[in-house]
Every structure is written in C-alpha cells, then in structure tokens.
Design a protein around this ligand. Sequence first.
Ligand SMILES: Cc1cc2nc3c(=O)[nH]c(=O)nc-3n(C[C@H](O)[C@H](O)[C@H](O)COP(=O)(O)O)c2cc1C
Length: 403
Amino acid sequence: MLTGKTIILGVSSSIAAYKACEIVSRLKKLGADVWVVMTESATKLVAPLTFRTLSGNSVITDLFSEELAKLPVPHISLAKKASLMLIAPATANTIAKLVEGKADDPLTTIALAIKGPKLIAPAMNSAMWQNVATAKNIKKLKKLNWQILGPVEGKLACGDEDIGKMMEPAEIVVEVARWLGGSVGLKGRQILVTAGGTREAIDPVRYISNRSSGKMGYAIAIAAREQGAEVTLISAAKLPDPLDIKVVRVETADEMLKAVLKYYDEADVVVMAAAVADYKYQIPNNKLQTIPKSKIKKTKQGLVLSLVPTEDILKTIGKMKGRKDKVIVGFALETDNLIKNAKKKLIDKNLDFIVANQPATFDSDQIKFSIIDKSGKVADYPLQSKDQAARAILDLAACWCCP
Ligand SMILES: Cc1cc2nc3c(=O)[nH]c(=O)nc-3n(C[C@H](O)[C@H](O)[C@H](O)COP(=O)(O)O)c2cc1C
C-alpha cells in the first residue's frame, strides 16, 4: 500500500525511541522504503543497527560519513526522494531546533530541506510538554506546516499518568498513510460490525440478556467510518445511531444471524463485537416460538425455564469463509482461563484474530485486552479508551486485509 513511497523517519532521544522500531516495521510491511535519521543522543537509547536491520537501509547519524559519500549531497538527495518526513519521537529539544530553523545535526538538516508533508509525534514528560516554551514552539511548528500527532495521555516513563506519551506506532502509521493518499486503513472497504447484547424474550415484558452495552462495537463502527470504510452496524444495543453509518436494529440472536448473513457476502471485514445470547427460551407449546401475548404470572411453585442453544453466528460465518481476503474478527469475554479459551474459540470458529477481554469491560468506556492471531501470537494491550482500542483492532484488520 505504500509501495513506491520513501519515508524519512527522524528519531530523537526520547525514551519512546524504541517504539520507532515498530513504526519502521509497520511502514516496511506496507511496502515503504524507510530511511532512519537519528540524533546523536537517540543512538544512546536505541542502537542504529536495530533500525538498519529493520529498514534495510543505512541509518543516518552523520552526514559526513564514508557510507553516505556515494550520495553527492546526502541531506538534499534524501530530502528530494522523500515522499514524507516523520519525526517520531520528537524531543522538546528537536522541536525547538526545528522552530528556529537550525540545521546542526542530520535530522534537523534534512528536515529543513523537506518540501513534502512533515509529521511530528512529540513525546516528553508532561511538565516539558506543558512548558510555555514548548507550547509556543508547537504553535510555531504548525505555522511551519508540521502536522502534530499527539502526544496522548498515559503512563509516562517517569511514572506519571499524564499527557506527553507518544501516539501509538499503529496510529502514527495510519496518519502517515493518510498523508500519502489515505490508501492504508480501510478506505473503500466494506465493514460489517455487530454490537450489543441480544435479548431473548420470555414473555412480552421479560427477557434473558447479558451486560454488554455495545460501546465497543460502536467505537469500531465509528473508527472504521473515520478511516473511510463503508460500515454496516448490526446493533442490539440501546445506543443512538452514529452518523453516516447504516444501522440495522435487531433484538434476538436469530435476528442478528439473519442480518449478518444478509450483509456477510459484501463485507471485507466482519467484526463480531456483539454479545450474542448462547441460549434462548424454548416457549412451550409454541411451534413458531413467537413471543407469548400474556405475561407469565408469579406462582408459589416457582418457574423452570427450558433454554435451547441459539445458532452460533461466528461458527456459521467462519465455515462460510471462502474469499481469501475476508477478515473475521471475534471477541471472547471470559471470567476464567481467558487466553486459553480465546485461543480455542479462534480455532473452532476459523477466525483471523480474536480480541480477548474480561467482564470489567462491560459498559465501560475503557478496555484492557489481548489480541490473539492465527499464528497463536498474543499481544497484550493496556487499559485504554474503546476508541483507541477500536483503532488498534482496525489497524490490524487492515493489515490482514492487505493483499
Ligand atoms: C533516558 C532519557 C529519556 C529522555 N526522554 C525524553 C523525552 O521523552 N522527551 C524529551 O523531550 N526529552 C527526553 N530526554 C532528554 C533529551 O534526550 C535531551 O533533551 C536531549 O538533549 C535531546 O536531544 P535530541 O533532541 O538531539 O535527541 C530524555 C533523556 C534521557 C536521558
């Protein structure tokens, strides 16, 4: 998706420099030619050899090195071939130098010669970020046509929970791709998302359901729309319709199955975030299983309900999965043996990856989760907003979508 694009990645000496390794890997995976330029201090945090190995290109730490001698004027040659320059992480010091137009190291020298898009992802302690000097510099950088990515709130290296954390590599790469034509992510893709807990009627006033709010599914639908996808949201949640998204309202597991099957074929990515009831009430003496008209009256003898399993939607669509590039994402919520159970579900239902999470997620705006892919690799994600989690999940789905 970024084939033919050359990206210069400037790395300055924030502790977040190690995350720049992931940025390089992701950009490479998308086909970009990546050249890493490091400040001298950054080389004390991450060895240039790491970036050289990941990028497959020489790492620029010295414009006067023998290695670059084959380029007549290295900083101009590199700046000219760049489709985009990204500085991630950017220290307060490097930001200040960019504002002043300084060119006393390879990073700032190349930056000064860049004519194309320039993106910068600051990372620093919150006090440094909130310092008036930095705030003024950021304003000036914007005027100098730098696109500022983040920083975000989170746990900082110093232990504080505050603003200053570098944006996640996956999110930065999505931004880079956007600036290079928006081809990555889910632009033009058809996404089918399910959300909410289904409700299985017992009588006209009662039902069996679960604690799912639908917030995660909605966050995914909205994030996918923001990435340019065509989204169909099959919702059993009591949340308002998001803008610009086709919403199909359902109540029961059977209705959700029917709706999923209706939209399944056209979908490139199916994200099954709904909590579908595993059982439904078997209404006695009712062949069509229509909801009885009368409320069941309370008796002293108590009430025994007979429950029958609902059809397993994930398993049904997992079996149908034929098109090579269709991505199916499942969710597993478990109280016990989370990863073991999630892995089993992933295999049983023929999913591409599964998002494993715990009951604390219910109705919360945040989620702590793990993603397990087909190879069995488990990636743990810290507690974060569902919006942020949605982007991470879609980023992965987009990668799996890549031809
Ligand atoms: C372990 C360590 C972590 C640091 N992390 C940051 C950081 O996150 N952000 C920042 O602006 N400076 C950070 N600094 C300070 C910069 O490294 C320092 O200001 C340096 O002079 C910046 O040089 P550079 O911009 O040329 O890389 C850190 C320093 C150390 C020793």
